[in-house]
Write a protein that binds this ligand. Structure first.
Ligand SMILES: [Zn+2]
Length: 354
């Protein structure tokens, strides 16, 4: 199933008026400088302005104090990054501080397919797979490479990394769910996460993952017991959004309101018009969606003007036309109507009438 998580039992929810105004999305996070205004979002302008500051607070998780956006320190990225200045983690800083040679261009594994494919000028994609492996992407810039989500295990992540043209220098998470983060230790690069994600990861690092009663079947299958779960520490924390200039390609990452989890983030690869959604469009872990949360998110997702969408557990890159169709199905389902023969529509029906 496209959105992965099973819906729960149906029960009635009050019906309300649809609100497809883009303004709803624009109002979702007042003060965010980069909320797209509509389909005509001026991407060229964003690129030209080079996004000189990080609008949200950025800091190292450890030892962060005061107003400095980035605390002096040594960022762990396989020890390839030097100390960052007490300024934002954006183009000039990274350009100064990231050592030459980070773009370790390696040949794609000789001859055989790793399942990784280039899907746009700067983006490589490792499709989702069993038992619950989500989509992983890598955005390859002139200066450095950013992974979008880290994968379910070292094994999963290794397969993805081996298919990339460049070793990742950093990874940013879409949320803290295990299948998106466990593989980060295999990347061995800078870890960037939303604040709540970072907090959850600390909790997860203390959890007993060998208690089989507290883990689900997918974890048991991906990581057979006795399992070793290593949680990569987070290096850079943001609250609402962070913009990363990889050299010739900017990735905007922002937190969104989602029924799936409180720390859902999406990443927009600006020049490629590609939106990486993680599980943001999915229901809550017990299968529920609310129009109050989902509808503004739908507006926001379409407002980016993206032409390509990568979803956490959907085995294809979604076109803009298909995303509009999917969102129309979701809206119809929220009104209580969905065709019997459409899996996505049935998913949304179950979720909205949860
Ligand atoms: Zn998830």
């Amino acid at each position: 199933m496209r959105l992965d998580h099973a819906a729960g039992a149906a029960r009635a929810v009050p019906h309300g008026a649809r609100d497809r105004e883009l303004a709803a999305a624009a109002d979702a996070h007042p003060g965010d400088a980069l909320v797209p205004a509509g389909d005509d979002l001026a991407l060229a302008e964003l690129e030209l302005e080079r996004l000189p500051t990080v609008p949200g607070r950025v800091e190292l998780l450890a030892g962060a104090k005061g107003d400095a956006d980035v605390v002096h320190g040594h960022l762990r990225a396989g020890d390839r990054l030097g100390a960052l200045a007490d300024d934002e983690v954006v183009d000039p800083e990274l350009e100064r501080n990231v050592a030459l040679g980070l773009l370790d261009h390696r040949p794609v594994h000789g001859g055989h397919s790793t399942g990784v494919e280039q899907i746009s000028e700067h983006v490589w994609w490792h499709p989702p797979g069993p038992p619950d492996r989500p989509s992983l992407c890598a955005v390859v810039g002139r200066r450095w490479t950013l992974m979008l989500d880290a994968g379910s295990s070292r094994r999963h992540t290794r397969v993805a990394i081996d298919g990339l043209p460049a070793a990742p220098d950093a990874v940013v998470f879409t949320h803290s769910h295990w299948d998106h983060v466990f593989g980060a230790v295999e990347i061995g690069a800078l870890v960037i996460a939303q604040r709540f994600t970072a907090q959850k990861l600390v909790e997860m690092s203390f959890r007993d993952w060998n208690d089989d009663d507290s883990v689900n079947d997918h974890i048991r299958e991906e990581l057979p017991a006795p399992r070793t779960v290593e949680i990569a520490p987070v290096d850079v924390v943001f609250d609402e959004q962070i913009d990363l200039d990889l050299g010739g390609v900017t990735v905007h990452v922002r937190r969104v309101e989602s029924d799936h989890c409180p720390d859902a983030c999406i990443a927009y690869v600006a020049p490629d018009q590609l939106l990486f959604l993680g599980d943001a469009l999915c229901a809550s872990p017990d299968g529920a969606m609310t129009r109050e949360t989902a509808f503004p998110l739908f507006d926001l997702v379409l407002a980016y003007g993206a032409e390509h969408f990568v979803e956490g557990h959907h085995p294809a890159v979604t076109t803009r036309a298909d995303m509009k169709e999917l969102i129309d199905k979701a809206r119809a389902a929220a009104e209580g109507t969905a065709p019997d023969d459409d899996e996505d529509a049935q998913y949304f029906l179950g979720a909205f009438l949860h």
